[in-house]
Design a protein around this ligand. Structure first.
Ligand code: FAD
Length: 380
């Protein structure tokens, strides 16, 4: 059995683990990343809709975006790697009953420097066709858009490796025990000693934490994404969300990617695409998007993956209160791509400085549920 030592072991080579590894290595720390799959980004990161946005409703989430989106926008200039960022925007269609609340969020977003435009229905119709009946208006985030999560993860992997980060693929962590002031982790025939552990296991984080008897309230919920056949309209549709129903769509080349998140489901690693859910999404969305009547569906190109979901749909970023030197960075509930840059930075500051000081992540502490703080509304 071989033994390995590093300042930090990160469990999970998704976008959060890769971003964290590079940030930690940038501070001169030695880092090993353990990943059960044979390549990085094969978990939720490789299954996402790839959207990045500032249009959140809590101050904490908006601040995470205000750090993260400029990182994506300028990634190539700063680091010489493309992450496939495209500013196609997020277009949120708001009905009358949600308008006042939505405008309060816009005010908060703008007060924190986020660019958000308020549109009437006619202005919004420039982007995509929809039925404006019962809508009070729309908002558009010009910084919002998509990245390529594979490219972003692999960019951070390459940048980390240049600084000495070791990626051990096909290496599932099967046990962990406190050892001295740090940890001993095991994977089949290898042992790893480290000062700090970072749990960046996405939807698997609750299960990994339970290996050491820690409570991390994150579990998997299956999310399905559907693709249409090619359409005639040559406009690039922003990531458009009907706030009445939660149905969303955006352009994917000459097709339309669309879906509706089922967050009411029980936790579980449920697999596959379900025709009944596809039918439900189409029936739910067709009133808002009447052109769906004629939408061809490319059922074979549709896919599914897991959100790592916490009870309030916000992540845990911080030291686990049940153990020393164990940091959780998980539970993003559908916005881990958006917030991976800020999360990696926060993780590195937690390890190196004992607290995150560039972006305030205190709202994501494990014991927040008794405090009645702001809960994110824009979960999609
Ligand atoms: C369908 C879908 C659409 C989404 N759309 C968006 C979107 O538009 N915008 C957005 O911001 N977010 C979106 N998300 C969410 C986003 O994908 C996640 O929040 C993000 O990928 C989380 O990254 P991660 O690195 O934490 O997790 P993951 O990418 O899941 O990485 C965790 C890694 O941990 C590894 N692991 C697990 N257990 C072990 C173990 N025991 N030992 C070693 N390794 C282990 C896994 O193999 C995995 O590679 C979407 C998710 C899905 C499923």
């Amino acid at each position: 059995m071989s033994t390995n030592t590093a300042d930090v072991v990160i469990i999970g080579a998704g976008i959060v683990g890769a971003s964290s590894a590079w940030q930690l290595a940038s501070r001169g720390l030695s880092v090993i990343v353990l990943e059960k799959d044979v390549a990085p980004a094969m978990g939720s990161t490789g299954k996402s809709a790839a959207g990045v946005r500032v249009q959140f409703t809590t101050e904490a989430n908006i601040r995470m975006s205000m750090y993260s989106l400029p990182v994506y926008r300028e990634f190539e200039q700063r680091h010489g790697h493309s992450v496939g960022y495209q500013d196609i925007g997020y277009l949120l269609l708001a009905p009358h009953e949600k308008w006042d609340r939505h405008m309060e969020s816009v005010e908060l977003q703008r007060s924190l420097g986020a660019p958000v435009e308020v549109l009437d229905a006619d202005e919004a119709l420039r982007y995509v066709d929809f039925n404006a009946e019962d809508l009070a208006g729309a908002t558009y985030g010009p910084w919002d858009g998509v990245i390529d999560p594979h490219m972003a993860t692999h960019a951070w992997v390459a940048m980390g490796k240049e600084l000495g980060v070791e990626y051990r693929l096909g290496t599932p962590v099967t046990a962990a025990v406190p050892s001295g002031s740090g940890w001993e982790l095991r994977s089949e025939d290898e042992v790893f000693h480290c000062g700090h552990v970072v749990n960046a296991c996405g939807a698997w984080s609750g299960g990994v934490a339970s290996l050491v008897g820690l409570d991390v309230l994150v579990g998997p919920k299956r999310i399905q994404i559907f693709l249409s056949a090619p359409i005639q309209d040559t406009r690039t549709y922003p990531l458009t969300i009907d706030l009445s129903t939660g149905v969303y769509l955006r352009s994917e080349g000459d097709r339309v990617l669309f879906g509706l998140d089922d967050l009411e489901q029980e936790y579980g690693f449920t697999e596959g695409i379900e025709d009944s859910w596809l039918e439900h999404v189409l029936v739910t969305g067709v009133d808002r998007f009447p052109w769906w009547e004629d939408l061809g569906i490319d059922r074979k190109s549709s896919w599914w993956g897991y959100y790592g979901v916490s009870p309030d749909n916000s992540p845990f970023i911080g030291f686990n209160p049940g153990a020393d030197a164990w940091i959780d960075a998980c539970g993003f509930s559908g916005h881990g791509i958006s917030h991976a840059p800020a999360t990696g930075l926060a993780v590195s500051e937690l390890v190196a400085d004992g607290e995150a000081h560039t972006v305030d992540v205190s709202a994501y502490h494990h014991g927040r549920f008794a405090e009645g703080g702001a809960v994110e509304v824009n979960v999609f």
